[in-house]
Design a protein around this ligand. Structure first.
Ligand code: MN
Length: 487
């Protein structure tokens, strides 16, 4: 991951005189130092802005500095917001308005008019909020005491989202072959995706990949086999099949790295010259942070990479997922997610096993794949669909459970979950919104983060949670449709 940082711009005005402004600057420096110690990325104090010129300058610098992933603003004192119009109109980086206060409490004896004139975030941040609203600026607003761990956690999560936005705008997706024939939901407008989300989505022939595979050496395969042994248990004696996956992985990684791609898709319908559908190969690439989705689904491949980038340490617990089968017994209702092969081991409960089994689809040799159960925890599933003229991001809250059945004959990785508000209503809502069967399942990116990401990228956001009903959702989708058509 790139070394990103965030800029802290504190609003004020010259009216206060140098003494107050010095205090503001000193406190802002103290705050960034303490916050940087607990946030996932450094927060750099840039300026106590007192004029239109200073604000424009710092916002333009932010736009052009590739390390700067976003700007955090706060008004310790009152900062007349017409000064901010030009700078904010120019700002192209994600913006968070941290509506905080230097002091935790109102001091009883100490409070007088001097104190009031220095500590006026309560009205300074309202003036600041007005201009954000008046400009219709997409911004994150976080209110609360800056040393409150919950406030710090939310600011940290927003930083990860902003990094996800920067990652998205740089993202290149490598498509091996086209989409699976006749499937609708994996289609989409690649030009629209690039305009809105920044993705450069292009295709490379499978024949090029086969050439690259043929050039992989035994020594390269030996080295990757050692890596496999260090991370996974071998539950097969068929080492030649595993070595073939290693060959595929090495070739795909080389092609992606040469082009700077961080996501890829392929399809079982176009494996010309390949003996196996990549299974273990795709899974281990995902474990390294590459996004993937099957059947040519470049949208979910890109989203997998982005959610990973937004997760812990820039490569979190997010996996390409597909809804497969339901357990519909009353009071014990679960979804079972899996894929033909390619579920990322970042969501595994234990050490994954490498197994070799036949694949009933695609007309190739039995491929090696990682088999595991998903680990328990609160999470989301997220999918992105093309509504024609706009992208819609759909996110649902879920709770991953230990699978209630061992399913010993299921030869793929599996994740079982309970969905909000419950299985049947959740399915009705998901289907009403047009949600795909492909999604990204995440255990460390939450719905608030996805909402923030959708706001930054300027795409529609639909959230299915414990309070969602089909009636409310239908109404929301109707209004969304009208609003997006007017834009
Ligand atoms: Mn699929």
């Amino acid at each position: 991951m790139k070394q990103y940082e965030f800029w802290f711009v504190v609003g004020s005005q010259s009216l206060y005189g140098p003494e107050v402004l010095e205090t503001v600057a000193k406190r802002a420096a103290e705050m960034t130092e303490k916050l940087s110690a607990v946030l996932p990325y450094p927060l750099i104090y840039k300026v106590t802005a007192k004029s239109n010129g200073e604000i424009r300058e710092v916002m333009r610098e932010a736009n052009y500095d590739t390390r700067c992933a976003g700007v955090v603003t706060w008004c310790h004192t009152f900062s007349p917001s017409k000064m901010w119009i030009n700078g904010l109109a120019d700002l192209q980086k994600p913006w968070c308005h941290l509506a905080t206060q230097y002091n935790l409490e109102i001091p009883n004896e100490e409070i007088d008019m001097d104190f009031m004139n220095l500590n006026q975030a309560a009205h300074g941040d309202r003036e600041h909020g007005f201009i954000g609203a008046r400009l219709r600026s997409p911004r994150k607003i976080i209110a609360g005491y800056w040393q409150d761990p919950q406030v710090q956690q939310r600011l940290g999560k927003w930083m990860k989202v902003a990094v996800g936005a920067a990652f998205s705008r740089d993202l290149k997706v490598m498509r091996f072959g086209d989409n699976m024939r006749e499937v609708a939901v994996t289609e989409g407008d690649k030009v629209e995706a690039q305009i809105k989300l920044g993705w450069q989505v292009n295709t490379w022939p499978v024949g090029k990949l086969v050439e690259k595979m043929n050039a992989v050496t035994q020594a390269e395969i030996d080295a990757l086999m050692d890596t496999y042994r260090a991370s996974y248990d071998f539950a097969t004696d068929d080492l030649e099949t595993v070595r073939y996956q290693a060959r595929e992985e090495i070739a795909m990684k080389k092609m992606m790295d040469e082009e700077g791609c961080m996501a890829f898709s392929n399809t079982f319908q176009d494996l010309y010259g390949m003996k196996q559908l990549p299974g273990l190969a795709s899974q281990h690439l995902m474990a390294q942070g590459y996004g993937y989705a099957g059947e040519g689904d470049w949208k979910i491949a890109a989203m997998t990479a982005i959610l990973k980038a937004m997760g812990e340490n820039g490569n979190g617990a997010s996996a390409f997922m597909e809804d497969y089968t339901y357990h519909l017994a009353k009071g014990s209702e679960y979804s079972l997610g899996a894929h033909m092969l390619e579920v990322c081991p970042s969501v595994a409960a234990g050490r994954p096993r490498i197994e070799v089994h036949p694949l009933g689809i695609g007309d190739r040799e039995d491929p090696a794949r990682l088999v595991f159960e998903g680990r328990e925890g609160d999470g989301i599933v997220a999918t992105l669909i093309d509504m024609g003229g706009r992208m819609r991001l759909i996110v649902q809250d879920i709770h991953v459970v230990k699978p209630i059945l061992p399913m010993p004959n299921l030869p793929v990785a599996r994740v079982m979950w309970k969905a909000e508000p419950n299985l049947a209503t959740g399915v009705e809502c998901w289907i009403t919104a047009g949600g795909a069967h492909h999604s990204v399942l995440s255990l460390d990116v939450d719905a608030e983060m996805m909402r923030d990401w959708a706001r930054i990228m300027d795409i529609e956001f639909v959230y299915i949670n414990k309070d969602t009903t089909p009636e409310k959702l239908e109404q929301e989708l109707l209004l969304n449709d009208l609003a997006w058509k007017l834009r």
